[in-house]
Design a protein around this ligand. Structure first.
Ligand code: ADP
Ligand code: MG
Length: 227
């Protein structure tokens, strides 16, 4: 659709920038962090330990944003391996449960009988992480998230459902635009990265949202062969 094409165009432009700028910015950050860590060990900076900690934390945050930004790069090659999406979900669940518990929310996992397919474990972990993070952030308290997998016709569906506030219509069409955020400390890169990862897997993202909550459906083609 028209919206779909616009979304990809915006993503491509930013993706190209991401690849070229990302590496250039990361190198100096690494240098600065190295010196700060050196200062942490020096007697003469003992009085500045909390400031040094904070500077390193901020550098780590900047680095995390660059990592997200880099994964927007269009021509990034990812290795697709045959496996079960369910295993990937199980491997990331403890991390998600801990985060949910901390925020007073619950996560349920209902995995279905799905066939082996080619995918990147690393990227799908990232996609799940980004979507669950958004879900957690969209819920006030005592929220529930369900992560489901099932086969529907010739597709494998990964559904992530939350009981959050929903996504307003005017935001829905723009979702996936880099740096679009409604959060005070958001980066607006979580969903663009998800769209990119989905694109690399030839998967579609569909969204069902109301004031009762939001479900993201990621629909993967079943691939029995490497591309
Ligand atoms: P960020 O989380 O840093 O704001 P994202 O790209 O992950 O950036 O998300 C963009 C915006 O989409 C969010 O700021 C939020 O307004 C909206 N959004 C994403 N997922 C959800 C959700 N599950 N429920 C409600 N709003 C959401
Ligand atoms: Mg996010």
């Amino acid at each position: 659709s028209e919206i779909e094409i616009q979304r990809l165009d915006r993503l491509n432009l930013v993706g190209e920038m991401a690849a070229s700028i990302g590496h250039e910015v990361r190198n100096p950050l690494t240098t600065v962090k190295g010196y700060l860590q050196l200062f942490q060990m020096k007697e003469q900076f003992a009085g500045y330990s909390s400031q040094l900690d904070m500077m390193i934390q901020e550098l780590d945050r900047a680095n995390a944003i660059i990592t997200e930004f880099l994964s927007l790069a269009k021509n990034k090659t990812v290795e697709l391996q045959p496996g079960s999406l369910n295993d990937t979900i199980y491997s990331i669940i403890p991390l998600l449960q801990a985060e949910a518990l901390h925020l007073g929310h619950q996560i349920f996992v209902i995995t279905g009988d799905i066939p082996t397919t080619y995918f990147s474990d690393k990227e799908i972990r990232q996609l799940i992480l980004n979507l669950v993070k958004n879900a957690l952030e969209a819920m006030k308290h005592n929220g529930t998230i369900s992560i489901k997998t099932y086969q529907l016709n010739d597709e494998i569906v990964l559904a992530i459902e939350d009981s959050g506030a929903g996504i307003p219509n005017e935001l829905l069409d723009k979702l996936g635009t880099p740096f679009l955020t409604t959060k005070e400390c958001g980066t607006g890169l979580g969903l663009p990265v998800c769209y990119r990862i989905a694109e690399r897997h030839m998967a579609k993202i569909e969204i069902d949202t109301s004031s009762k909550g939001t479900t993201f459906f990621i629909k993967f083609p079943i691939r029995t062969k490497q591309l």
